[in-house]
Design a protein around this ligand. Structure first.
Ligand code: BGC
Length: 770
């Protein structure tokens, strides 16, 4: 745990430079706009520890799988989001010495991420070995308003000398992924070029053939007047630069404006990329830095209008929640149904930038409430479009008749994961995809989605489950063998309660939706069943039989659902009795020891109770929570939020708050010692859930929003925005009571503590605290 980030409600601030924290800060201060993103690397050279990272959404490379022992069914490739051309670079040379903070003496340093307006600011004063002192202020952003572009304003002031400075802004495509399996480079050069004040490189990914053209335009002013430098063109493999020497005068700033753009063959014909890039760079450099920055602030103001959570009385919690919301918005904007949300967003390479069940289980609730409906719809369509591959994936494992198994990890629908106990066994992810469809329809009321797309996915998923279970003669029930639940600290177990529960729910839901579509849109229903040869008779009979006769492990003695068969045979030790030196167990213990222990990585039975809470009474929820939580080490960032929500539901406000704290500042405080790999972007949606579903107690009940709020003791108030079926509500919970303001022209009825309340258009209701 670190605490070097300064508390501020709208900014993330680092003061002073500690090279040991540099890679952590590079993750935390990352920028993105849904289309591209980058770690907070320095513009000038840095020879210290750094992880260079620039990413273009959806542009990936299938890296050949590397495993110790090949198993049939493993995917050939792991698709990775590529480290792409670095467009931020500006080399500065002062009297033959490169400006490099690892080599200079640093007098002042600060990094500031302005979340309100969406930019990164860095300042420093440093002295070179030769004693030349300069101060620098750089401001840069990835434009939200114009998402293929970004800009930098780099101001350099010589503080104790007059003399020559050589400035070399560049675009460098000769970059590598740190996580490359065979140390290969993934890009080939297509073309490059320099012009009077601009340069570009166009690269093509090996194997996948994506082309990305990255370019820059450079403008320089000195002492507030434009300089028209003669640039020297420098070209190397996949690298272009413009170089100029400027006579600088003590205390007179020079300002380098670097306008940059990434355009890719995903969106344009590859043959036209150079022209598109040129026009884009012309557009933004004509517009100018200040206008672009103002547009950026306006775009972020619009985001915050729908997303912000305000916490009064706890600046650190306020900073934490805004940081989470900020990163989620930087990662996914929902404009493109080919894109998704990697667990690290654009902040690092870990997890390959690919899609996990995190999206459906954790991110969907956030985007449903804070973004227009089509944003979540696009997340669902992403999976719909990959249904064919999910069916192929299942077929390659021996399933048939249109059964679909969605991949554990994917970019384009192809499975990329290659550890048998997860690839083949952590199949609960299939259920999360069905659950997201349910969640979307429950929230938006968009029943038409089911007829158009949802039912087809649901049937394919249900088909998989019906083939994945088998009849046990011994038990005279259906069982599901050889699975891994969300708790990855148990592998190859039999009858994981959560997976079996979800599987049966999927079959029930598929049957229900099939009936519904049949009733509401028989033409679409008939077209679909013909397309996918759905036998509503025999198949439905089989599914109903499984629904009726599924086996779920249960302890009569404890009155809890058993995580799996035999869970109680394990030595039952509680996490509180584990020595601190043994934690995290995934770093301190052998895998064998972890597998044999009772310790739980993340919500498993409790994930099921969270999904299906309406099926259980409070006593059941409490018994399961009180049994499982004390055995849970929360070593996945996805864990605390589910526990926060359930603790809140159980009225355990203190514990709910404790879990919330663990998720909210996870990256800012580097709680798990791994932020240098990137931020835990998908679990940030879980933090939002902890506030809105936990403290706000928000649920959807029969097409209405329902709130069961409480105010954490440390706070004076908190408030959040939710969009729901055409209304935009602000919910404020304070010591005075609950206030719901309807900032839209449509009236709506909500439930507060179970009681219906009409909220007129552009009006509010107040429920005073008793
Ligand atoms: C968790 C998974 C999750 C993955 C990516 C793992 O540590 O156990 O549930 O999907 O991280 O976030």
């Amino acid at each position: 745990m670190k605490d070097y980030i300064k508390v501020d409600e709208w900014k993330i601030i680092e003061e002073g430079f500690d090279p040991h924290y540099n890679k952590i800060s590079e993750s935390i201060f990352s920028l993105g706009n849904g289309r591209m993103g980058q770690r907070a690397n320095f513009e000038e050279a840095y020879s210290g520890e750094t992880l260079q990272g620039n990413y273009v959404a959806g542009v990936y490379y299938p890296d050949k799988t590397r495993v110790g022992w090949w198993k049939n069914g493993y995917p050939e490739y792991f698709a990775k989001v590529l480290n792409a051309a670095n467009w931020i670079g500006i080399d500065i040379d002062i009297d033959g010495e490169q400006l490099d903070l690892a080599a200079c003496t640093i007098q002042q340093f600060s990094r500031e991420l302005n979340m309100k307006e969406g930019y990164l600011k860095r300042t420093f004063t440093a002295t070179t070995k030769a004693g030349k002192q300069v101060s620098v202020e750089s401001i840069r952003f990835c434009s939200m308003a114009d998402d293929e572009t970004g800009a930098i304003r780099y101001t350099l002031t010589p503080l104790n000398f007059d003399g020559e400075i050589v400035i070399t802004p560049f675009v460098d495509g000769d970059v590598k992924n740190k996580d490359a399996n065979y140390d290969e480079k993934f890009w080939d050069e297509v073309k490059k070029g320099t012009a009077a004040n601009g340069a570009f490189v166009q690269l093509r990914t090996k194997k996948t053939g994506f082309e990305v053209a990255t370019g820059m335009r450079v403008k320089i002013t000195q002492n507030n007047s434009p300089v028209q430098p003669e640039f020297l063109s420098i070209q190397k493999e996949k690298y272009v630069a413009l170089q100029t020497t400027i006579e600088v005068v003590k205390n007179q700033p020079i300002v380098i404006y670097k306008y940059a753009a990434n355009v890719s063959s995903q969106n344009y014909d590859a043959a036209t990329l150079q022209d598109v890039l040129k026009a884009t760079l012309q557009r933004i450099s004509d517009k100018g830095f200040d206008t672009m920055l103002a547009e950026q602030a306006a775009a972020w103001a619009e985001k915050w209008k729908h997303n912000d959570i305000i916490i009064e009385g706890d600046a650190s919690a306020q900073q934490g929640i805004r940081f989470n919301i900020f990163q989620l918005n930087q990662t996914y904007t929902g404009e493109d149904d080919r894109l998704n949300i990697g667990p690290k967003g654009f902040t690092g390479e870990k997890y390959g930038g690919s899609t996990y069940w995190d999206t459906e289980a954790y991110c969907v609730p956030f985007y449903l409430a804070t973004a227009p409906q089509n944003v979540t719809r696009n997340l669902l369509l992403y999976r719909y479009k990959q249904l064919g591959k999910a069916i192929e994936n299942a077929a390659s494992l021996g399933f048939k008749d249109g059964a679909a198994l969605y991949p554990m990890v994917t970019m384009d629908g192809t499975e990329c994961h290659n550890e048998w106990e997860i690839t083949f066994e952590e199949i609960h992810r299939n259920g999360a995809i069905a659950y997201a469809i349910y969640n979307y329809v429950r929230y938006t009321g968009d029943e038409a989605y089911l007829a158009d797309y949802g039912l087809e996915v649901l049937i394919a998923i249900a088909r998989f489950w019906s083939q994945r279970v088998n009849w046990s003669e011994d038990k005279q029930q259906y069982v599901m063998l050889g699975v891994t639940g969300p708790n990855e600290y148990e592998n190859n177990i039999n009858n994981n309660w959560y997976t079996s529960k979800l599987a049966v729910w999927c079959m029930k839901y598929a049957l229900k939706v099939a009936e519904q579509v049949k009733t509401t849109d028989i033409a679409k229903y008939n077209a679909l069943i013909a397309k996918i040869s759905f036998n509503g008779g025999d198949e439905a009979t089989k599914w109903n039989d499984i629904i009726e006769k599924m086996y779920y492990p249960y302890s009569e003695k404890l009155g809890v659902f058993l995580q799996q068969d035999g869970y109680l045979d394990k030595e039952q030790i509680l996490v509180k009795d584990l020595p601190a030196s043994d934690r995290p167990i995934n770093q301190k213990w052998s895998w064998d020891r972890i597998l044999r222990s009772c310790f739980i990585k993340q919500a498993d039975v409790l994930q099921g109770i969270y999904f299906f809470e309406d099926e259980y009474d409070m006593d059941t929820i409490r018994r399961n929570f009180d049994f499982y939580e004390p055995r849970t080490v929360h070593e996945s960032s996805l864990s605390p939020c589910v526990h926060a929500i359930l603790a809140a539901k159980l009225g355990d406000e203190a514990r709910a708050y404790e879990f919330y704290l663990r998720t909210s500042r996870l990256d800012l405080d580097d709680y798990n010692n791994d932020t240098e790999d990137g931020c835990h972007t998908t679990s940030m949606a879980g933090t939002w859930m902890s506030v809105v579903e936990g403290f706000g107690g928000m649920r959807v009940k029969d097409g209405k929003l329902s709130f069961q709020p409480f105010l954490p003791a440390k706070w004076n108030s908190f408030s959040f925005h939710v969009g729901f079926r055409g209304t935009l509500l602000n919910v404020k919970v304070s010591k005075e009571g609950v206030q719901i303001t309807n900032n839209s022209d449509t009236e709506t009825t909500v439930l507060i503590y179970g009681k219906e309340q009409l909220v007129q258009a552009n009006a509010d209701v107040i429920l005073e605290a008793q």
